[in-house]
Design a protein around this ligand. Structure first.
Ligand SMILES: Cc1cc2nc3c(=O)[nH]c(=O)nc-3n(C[C@H](O)[C@H](O)[C@H](O)COP(=O)(O)O)c2cc1C
Length: 141
């Protein structure tokens, strides 16, 4: 199986999640400046949410990607409370007739508060790291 991991990350948390996913899958995680140029069985793609109802860079990235190179998309997201990013990616897949994994990874940070929104309180506990690794592990052949 072949894998690619792409992330959008303003504050670094989704990047870290992407890196743990990628490490488990034996690949590198790249930001959205890196296009998909080779056939992959699974594209893991995710990002944070920043006030808007969807993640614009992910929208642009998916729209600019040659979907014939991708077997299946695996969505992941981080957010404070409620992320539409998973739903956004699922809708993209549905509208573009591309397979989307049944499972996704949505990580919610608890109690970051309104004042330090997005920048504090996200702890990568061993439990969380295991959860991310276990999620990626489900896609290993
Ligand atoms: C300016 C800003 C706006 C945000 N808006 C939302 C939001 O509308 N809903 C939500 O659940 N989280 C929101 N968050 C929280 C981030 O989505 C969350 O902390 C995410 O993990 C950030 O990922 P990153 O560190 O990879 O950028 C916001 C964060 C920032 C900085």
């Amino acid at each position: 199986m072949t894998y690619a991991v792409r992330y959008q990350s303003q504050g670094g948390k989704t990047k870290k999640v992407a890196q743990i996913l990628a490490q488990t899958l034996g690949v590198e995680a790249y930001d959205l400046d890196t296009p998909i140029t080779e056939q992959v069985d699974y594209l893991f793609i995710g990002g944070g949410l920043y006030i808007k109802r969807y993640n614009q860079p992910i929208k642009d990235y998916l729209e600019g990607t040659d979907l014939s190179l991708i077997g299946e998309i695996v969505p992941f997201a981080t957010c404070n409370e409620f992320s539409n990013v998973i739903k956004q990616i699922r809708n993209f897949c549905k509208n573009n007739n591309i397979k989307c994994a049944n499972e996704d990874l949505c990580i919610k940070w608890v109690l970051e508060g309104m004042f330090d929104i997005g920048f504090k309180g996200a702890e990568f506990t061993p439990e969380l790291e295991n959860r991310i690794k276990e999620f990626a592990g489900k896609f290993l052949a």
